[in-house]
Design a protein around this ligand. Structure first.
Ligand SMILES: [Zn+2]
Length: 402
């Protein structure tokens, strides 16, 4: 059933693949990660009509994305706001008045929580979000949404999101950017659980930002995974902060290519999951064998199936086995294999080279050129070497973990 829905959704958005990072992640016990079937942005794209080409021949058919210009309507800068249970309205702050994509911000982004979320969940999410930003740098503008299981409460958050951004941005398009029956922006998290990141770097917007959506199901705040998922999602914010491409007429190709390929989760998910797990493993009080335990689980649930599959890592899409949850048959977990790929890459070239240096050059050089520059091999060669490495078995694989 889920696969059917997934395939249908893939068909609907066949011309414009889903954002790599606009997914959902880890399910119970951290053994696998789960892509959202219908992503915020992909749905937004579905609903986005093709813009009418200007009649004048002097106007280029595709307008180059412009640096977002602050408008008088922009009064608030979310990163200045303090997290509260429910922020009914955006607070007005003085400066900076010009939020730009991927800038380093200070403080915790605003947290917008549904009415059925208690303060302890807000505190937990905020704590682990901050662990991630302390380690990797704090990028924004970002808004954090915490959704419970009450659908009406999630709907209220959707309405507030819509109203807030209408006021904030004269370019905001209610019919495309606000939730509706076909675009369950936050209610989907109340229904399905999971977590995801959405980017609002679109040609018609003046105010670019990302959202981090966290639910209280799959995982729940009681689970250890909740902490890791929060950091995993923040790593997607970090990734996107290093990609300046603007969606033009709903086309996300530039952003997706820099993420590892259109609709290809291997690199973006591998980095998010590996660095989140690694960072978590280093936190005070976390058991010494945590990383080995998690990586063993990912190996045993994925590697044999992956090695026997007829597609290479880079070619795996959301139509292939992505995660071993959601009750459908699965041979392996693309997220898990991607996580092992990044573990291998980190062993080959070093943690900072992957997490910092590669991302610094990504926007200017593009995916492959930054890959070759920093990792000294093409991505195809690296994947081939990785496959050979995997065939050495679990015990050999575990030796490379930091
Ligand atoms: Zn992810």
């Amino acid at each position: 059933m889920v696969r059917v829905v997934l395939l249908i959704s893939m068909l609907i958005v066949s011309s414009i693949a889903c954002m790599v990072s606009e997914e959902s992640v880890t399910n119970h016990a951290g053994s696998s990660t789960t892509p959202s079937l219908l992503t915020n942005a992909s749905l937004a794209v579905e609903l986005t009509p093709v813009l009418v080409t200007p009649q004048s021949t002097e106007v280029p058919l595709i307008v180059k994305p412009t640096i977002p210009t602050p408008t008088p309507e922009i009064k608030a800068v979310p990163e200045e706001a303090k997290p509260t249970a429910v922020q009914k309205e955006v607070k007005t702050v003085s400066a900076p008045a010009s939020p730009s994509w991927g800038e380093v911000i200070t403080g915790t982004p605003p947290v917008y929580a549904a009415m059925d979320i208690d303060q302890s969940t807000i505190d937990l999410a905020t704590k682990w979000y901050n662990v991630a930003t302390d380690a990797w740098g704090n990028y924004g503008p970002t808004e954090i949404y915490i959704i419970g299981t009450d659908i009406e409460a999630a709907r209220q958050i959707e309405d507030e999101f819509c109203d807030r951004h209408k006021k904030l941005d004269s370019g905001w398009k209610t019919e495309w950017d606000c939730a509706n029956a076909n675009y369950p922006l936050f209610t989907r998290y109340a229904k399905e659980g999971s977590a995801g990141v959405s980017t609002y770097n679109r040609d018609y917007l003046n105010y670019y930002f990302t959202t981090v959506s966290l639910s209280t199901q799959r995982p729940s705040p009681d689970e250890e995974d909740y902490k890791v998922v929060t950091m995993h999602e923040y790593f997607h914010v970090y990734q996107h902060a290093h990609i300046s491409d603007t969606d033009v007429n709903g086309d996300k190709t530039g952003r997706e290519n820099k993420s590892g390929g259109e609709g290809k989760p291997w690199f973006a998910e591998g980095t998010a999951e590996f660095f989140a797990q690694l960072l978590y493993s280093r936190q005070p009080g976390v058991r010494a064998n945590y990383l080995e335990e998690i990586m063993t689980r990912k190996y045993t649930s994925s590697i044999n199936g992956y090695l026997a599959y007829d597609k290479g890592l880079k070619d795996l899409s959301y139509a292939d086995p992505v995660a071993c949850s959601w009750g459908y048959e699965c041979w392996f977990d693309t997220y898990g294999v991607g996580t092992w790929f990044i573990a291998y890459l980190v062993d080959q070239v070093g943690e900072e080279t992957v997490r910092v240096d590669y991302y610094k050059d990504l926007d200017e050089l593009g995916f492959e050129a930054s890959f070759v520059k920093h990792f000294q091999k093409s991505s195809d060669e690296m994947v081939r070497d990785f496959d050979v490495f995997l065939s050495g078995g679990l015990n050999e694989a575990l030796k490379i973990l930091p």
